[in-house]
Design a protein around this ligand. Structure first.
Ligand SMILES: [Zn+2]
Ligand SMILES: [Zn+2]
Length: 390
């Protein structure tokens, strides 16, 4: 039986000693193995993973490594479990934890910074100065599950209590996996951006962060909310999530369209989620003077930028990495209040043992896949049990 000093468990949620977990071998090689169930330390809990969404960043990690970093280097052949957008049930409490109870349904943020560097002290724990330093003599306590520590493509994961958000039974497992994505958009728009009601925004690129960026911006009172992209079906989803205008850049010039919609004035913000080569230059021309560009995509190549235009027009540019300052909690509040329906971006569900197929769907956007969710066997057993008894 799973038993460790100072760790609380309960008969209602028995924990085995070993679990099934996917681990990364060579690039693009995932293996389903048995691993010991991890043990929560002080200020940590053990989470039974019930569902996990696949993110484009997971695909990057599995194929090329960064931004994942294990023991100071690339994450290959280190018994590392990727996956970071998960939700589940608290099943064991580390020493001294009374903030959560066994049986609580939770969803997670990704990053628990070191808590001791300048950025962590400012609440910007996704910009922790001790990123990836969590091993051997250089253990600063930094955790970013699925990047620098084991993630959620497994039956169990350990989480710092600061990364947990309690969810009600009304929120489905699938919807709960999307909270952190909405939290990333929220962080970019409010804490880092300072967006206030009535300001105009263009969201470039209708991927998951862009689409939930539209939803969050609308819920925050932005106007107009304009979405640009190349796929009509995704632009339609954007409208359902609150876009006032959508622009298919295959059919019209996005900068001209934004100028026309805003009466020549331009918008106050661009949330850049496309990673396109010309994105920053186009953003600069969609903005009014003093406007801000929030960069949320990871382009693969350096871009040539018209800096003089940005300087002349007093334009701010900032990158976001993840979901700092507890923005995820506030995004969850919007979702719990049903201010938008994030499940509109959830398109496919697979079981844990089908992870390679699920990744294939996400990577190749098969059948118009946007967010692909993987569900866990324990959760299936529990739901089936409930169906039988209920
Ligand atoms: Zn992600
Ligand atoms: Zn830190």
């Amino acid at each position: 039986m799973y038993s460790h000093p100072g760790v609380k468990t309960a008969p209602s949620h028995p924990v085995p000693e070993t679990m099934k977990a996917w681990v990364l071998g060579d690039p693009d090689e995932l293996k389903l193995i048995d691993k010991p169930v991890p043990v929560p330390k002080k200020a940590e809990v053990l989470v039974r993973v019930d569902a996990i969404a696949i993110c484009a960043t997971d695909l990057d990690v599995i194929s090329s490594g960064p931004p994942a970093m294990i023991q100071g280097g690339k994450p290959f052949n280190k018994n590392f479990t990727p996956g970071h957008e998960y939700m589940g049930t608290v099943v064991a409490l580390g020493p001294g934890v009374d903030e959560f109870a066994i049986g609580d349904r939770i969803t997670v943020e990704i990053h628990a910074g070191c808590g001791q560097c300048k950025r962590c002290r400012m609440g910007m724990y996704t910009s922790c100065h001790n990123y990836g330093l969590n091993y051997g003599d250089v253990d600063k306590g930094h955790r970013a599950n699925g990047f620098t520590s084991d993630g959620g493509f497994a039956e169990y994961a350990v989480n710092n209590i600061n990364t947990l958000i309690k969810i009600s039974d009304e929120m489905s497992d699938e919807e709960a996996t999307l909270v952190v994505t909405a939290g990333t958009s929220m962080y970019g728009l409010t804490e880092l951006g300072g967006l206030i009601a009535g300001e105009g925004i263009v969201v470039m690129g209708p991927g998951p962060i862009g689409l939930l960026g539209v939803a969050v911006a609308k819920a925050l009172g932005a106007y107009p909310v304009i979405l640009t992209g190349t796929r009509d079906n995704r632009l339609e989803t954007g409208k359902e999530l609150g876009a006032d205008y959508v622009i298919n850049v295959r059919n019209e010039d996005a900068v001209e369209a934004v100028r026309r919609i805003t009466g020549g004035k331009g918008v106050d913000y661009v949330l850049e989620c496309s990673g396109a080569q010309e994105a920053i230059n186009e953003s600069g021309r969609m903005l009014n003077r003093g406007g801000k560009i929030c960069l949320a995509a990871f382009p693969h190549d350096p871009a040539l930028i018209d800096v003089a235009h940005l300087v002349r027009n007093n334009i701010y540019i900032y990158g976001i990495r993840g979901e700092g300052k507890s923005a995820t909690h506030r995004a969850h509040a919007f979702m719990a209040e049903k201010r938008f329906d994030a499940t509109k971006i959830h398109t496919h569900t697979f079981m844990m043992e089908e992870l390679p197929k699920a990744l294939h769907y996400a990577r190749n956007r098969i059948d118009d896949a946007i967010k692909v969710v993987v569900k866990m066997p324990q959760r299936r057993a529990e739901l089936e049990g409930r169906r039988k008894t209920g």
